[in-house]
Design a protein around this ligand. Structure first.
Ligand code: MN
Length: 255
């Protein structure tokens, strides 16, 4: 028999929201975002999602070091902009938490960040001839030129490709620039948005675009979205993130 999950399985949302001084809805959304990203195949045992503290721009919330599919409210930690957990004696944290802190520092309007190694995106981070670009209207936010973070440019040969320090996070944030998505060679990608639901939408559809593009190139040279089409489509889809969120949440929680 398969265990049925429900909203009750998300943990002590009200207790945690009171401790951090944050709207319970934000806590619930961050826990649900972790579950959705796992359920949709964007993250496996690795990868993470964070949200900027809505009331304190110099803080963000991210789970402790664990598989996203198992995150409950009690697993969320509050970090400062140096990626230091603010609570005393915190549990083990993600090595790559600097991805989040340095992007929040560099991009004041960014409210949520997803970092993943989603399986169809990784091939595009290593292809020398076919970069990821928007192939359909759902993926307009990807645009026509996605920046690629090349870790060896600043950190030389022989890294493990992980973002292990503030300096590496800052370098990644510079590669991201004003884009919503940055590819990370031989590693994965990081996507940013103005809210958790939008960030989850973009993370899921980055993988969808990669998978669609991979099939399209097998048929020959694809006709990609133009710059203008990508911009128009992105604007429309940004206001449509509630529909997939409701569906993905129900699916992830077995409702
Ligand atoms: Mn990673």
């Amino acid at each position: 028999m398969t265990a049925t999950l429900s909203v009750d399985s998300l943990g002590a949302i009200s207790v945690v929201s009171e401790q951090i001084g944050i709207d319970p809805q934000v806590v619930e959304d961050l826990v649900v975002a972790n579950r959705i990203l796992f359920n949709q195949g964007v993250v496996d045992a690795f990868g993470h999602v964070s949200v900027r503290h809505p009331g304190r721009g110099d803080r963000f919330l991210l789970s402790r070091n664990m598989a996203p599919g198992l995150v409950c409210a009690e697993d969320l930690l509050e970090f400062d902009m140096n990626a230091v957990a603010v609570q005393s004696d915190p549990p083990r944290q993600f090595l790559e938490r600097f991805i989040h802190s340095e992007i929040y520092k560099a991009r004041p309007e960014v409210m949520a960040v997803v970092h993943s190694h989603s399986p169809t995106v990784v091939p595009f981070t290593v292809s020398k001839s076919t970069p990821l670009r928007a192939v359909c209207h759902m993926c307009g936010f990807i645009g026509t030129q996605v920046p690629l973070f090349e870790i060896s440019d600043e950190f030389g040969d022989g890294t493990d490709l992980l973002i292990r320090s503030a300096a590496m996070g800052a370098s990644l944030a510079r590669s991201l620039g004003q884009s919503d998505l940055v590819m990370m060679r031989g590693h994965g990608s990081t996507v940013v948005a103005r809210g958790i639901r939008e960030a989850v939408y973009r993370a899921v559809y980055t993988e969808v675009n990669a998978s669609t593009q991979l099939r399209a190139v097998q048929l020959g040279e694809p006709h990609y979205l133009s710059d203008a089409e990508a911009k128009t489509a992105a604007k429309v889809m940004d206001s449509e993130t509630q529909r997939p969120w409701g569906l993905w949440k129900a699916k992830a929680l077995g409702l």
